[in-house]
Write a protein that binds this ligand. Structure first.
Ligand SMILES: C[S@@+](CC[C@H](N)C(=O)[O-])C[C@H]1O[C@@H](n2cnc3c(N)ncnc32)[C@H](O)[C@@H]1O
Length: 204
């Protein structure tokens, strides 16, 4: 599959710290997650988590039911290697979020930074929504970070759909109530500015 090849190649050819979306810590996500005051056994999924350090930070915060899913086996293996023994405390899923079969109404938090925006075809977004509606508990939360309208039209060399809050809410559907949002300027390791939109939604 073309998308998978792209991501396997990206993670195999550059050190993680040189990837355009790299951040030492996903601080906004982490702050918002802390403020949700979830129990330590709350199931959390980081969709397209790649090699990000959010999982390290969630373990450090005491979360015991963290799942990281990603299309790229290489990305997951980098995260596992970094975590060492602690990797055993995480559920790792390799797959495509638009096709994966996740447990029903299981997760209290669904986190997605820089994944949904790659879904440029309406049918891909609809399949993503199907996975989300199946797997996120009613009353659960969704943190989504996408490129904002002023960001470049491509991320990692792939075209993206850029969102403001209204477009993101309309795309996700009436089941999701926006709770907060903020824009955040990310500067890639090579100095390119990318404006992100972070949104927190609560599922009705
Ligand atoms: C731009 S990176 C962001 C990684 C991570 N969320 C972060 O913020 O550091 C996009 C990630 O999404 C993954 N990805 C892309 N399409 C995907 C899909 N359809 N299903 C699951 N993961 C996907 C890629 O392998 C990659 O790890």
């Amino acid at each position: 599959m073309k998308q998978k090849e792209h991501w396997e190649k990206v993670y195999s050819t550059k050190p993680v710290e040189r990837l355009g979306w790299y951040e030492l810590h996903l601080q906004t996500s982490l702050n918002w997650i802390r403020e949700l005051n979830m129990a330590g056994d709350a199931p959390i999924i980081d969709v397209g988590g790649g090699a990000s350090t959010l999982v390290d930070d969630l373990l450090h915060e005491g979360f015991r039911c963290v799942t990281v899913m990603d299309l790229s086996a290489k990305a997951l293996s980098l995260a596992k290697a970094r975590l060492g023994e602690r990797a055993k405390r995480v559920i790792w899923l390799e797959g495509d979020i638009t096709r994966v079969d996740l447990p029903a109404h299981h997760y209290e938090l669904w986190h997605d930074r820089a994944v949904f925006h790659f879904l440029t075809a309406p049918e891909q977004r609809e399949r993503y929504r199907t996975s989300l509606l199946k797997a996120l508990k009613p009353g659960g939360h969704l943190i989504m970070a996408t490129f904002a309208p002023e960001a470049p039209p491509k991320c990692s060399g792939l075209p993206v759909r850029r969102y403001d809050v209204e477009l993101l809410q309309n795309t996700l559907g009436a089941e999701f109530r926006p709770m907060r949002h903020q824009k955040e300027l990310h500067v890639t390791p090579s100095g390119v500015e990318q404006m992100y939109l972070y949104c927190l939604f609560r599922r009705n």
